[in-house]
Design a binder for this molecule. Structure first.
Ligand code: PMP
Length: 308
């Protein structure tokens, strides 16, 4: 739940009052879903405040924009500085940054008349509570499938992709599970509508390969940390739900909720697989959760280069 939106919003180069950051409803992206956005976190660190992997998020923002034909009239460095400035001027020490870019008003028709539409870029800073509990969570496989990679570039964070996620949230609204897992159209495990997933079988770690997933920055971070900390390389491959009984641990990752161990996964047929080892402080899920938390809050010097 969005609990607090800050006073100043960056819009096309200037910081303006929140209530002035409005736009006309006749804009191409609102009608056709061609906006692009990022979700970034910043933390209260000993060098207060610092933004985690800002460069990678801004690089993905540029990539997503290119996929739908949005021309961002800024350099990467300018948008990095815009995020830093928006955080600093709003004077809050931690939480969430949401850059969004879309095609400006008046021109309709599916082909985006790039040269005639002024790109709109907004950066807002939000303060929110914890997304997920501190305890391992319960998960169910949803009926709706993840969008097929032949239909759109899944590496891009495009607003329109989230129509799929919205429908999952409606499908699952009255159930009591904490989270939902999407299969792809070939029945392989893809991701949660907002998160990537990892599975562990003793000392073998795997995660769904690129294709139907948004390859998250947290996912890349965790793959790197397995390599650096345990000398383990994560297998990026197709994972079928038939493998669920073989795994000893599972966890979700994404920027906002970080590393979240999974207690159980329930299939559409009601079969429940539990990963009770996720509770155990000695196990990878809990260790990774702790390590990630220490890194983002600036307590591991060797990863300070990830903090901006
Ligand atoms: N998959 C989807 C569909 C997402 O929207 C997100 C981000 N919310 C992720 C995975 C995780 O990406 P990141 O680690 O970059 O936040």
């Amino acid at each position: 739940m969005l609990t607090y939106q800050t006073d100043l919003i960056w819009h096309n180069g200037s910081l303006i009052e929140r209530d002035e950051a409005t736009d006309h409803h006749i804009n191409h992206s609102q009608h056709y879903g061609g906006g692009v956005f990022e979700g970034i976190r910043f933390y209260d660190t000993p060098q207060w405040p610092k933004i985690f992997r800002l460069k990678e998020h801004i690089q993905r923002f540029f990539y997503s924009a290119k996929v739908v034909g949005i021309v961002l009239p800024y350099t990467e460095e300018e948008l990095i500085n815009a995020c830093i400035k928006t955080v600093a001027e709003n004077k809050i020490s931690q939480w969430y940054i949401r850059p969004i870019a879309y095609f400006g008003k008046w021109k309709m028709g599916i082909y985006p008349h790039i040269d005639q539409l002024q790109t709109q870029v907004f950066i807002s800073v939000w303060k929110r509570g914890k997304y997920l509990s501190e305890e391992p969570i319960t998960v169910k496989i949803a009926k709706i499938r993840r969008i097929h990679p032949a239909t759109s570039d899944m590496k891009a964070k495009i607003s329109g992709h989230y129509a799929n996620s919205i429908q999952v949230s409606l499908e699952t609204r009255n159930d009591w599970y904490d989270e939902w897992l999407l299969l792809d159209t070939d029945w392989y495990i893809a991701e949660w509508p907002w998160e990537n997933i990892f599975f562990i079988n003793d000392n073998t770690i795997c995660t769904p390969a690129e294709g139907t997933i948004l390859p998250g920055i947290t996912r890349a971070t965790v793959i790197q940390l397995f390599k650096d900390t345990y000398w383990l390389s994560v297998e990026e491959r197709m994972i079928h739900p038939d493998e669920l009984p073989d795994f000893t641990e599972a966890f979700f990752v994404w920027t906002a909720a970080e590393v979240t161990p999974i207690w159980s996964i329930t299939t559409q047929d009601g079969i429940v697989y539990t990963y009770q080892w996720s509770w155990d402080k000695q196990k990878y899920s809990q260790q990774m959760k702790k390590l990630y938390q220490n890194i983002v809050t600036g307590n591991v010097e060797s990863y300070h280069s990830w903090l901006w």
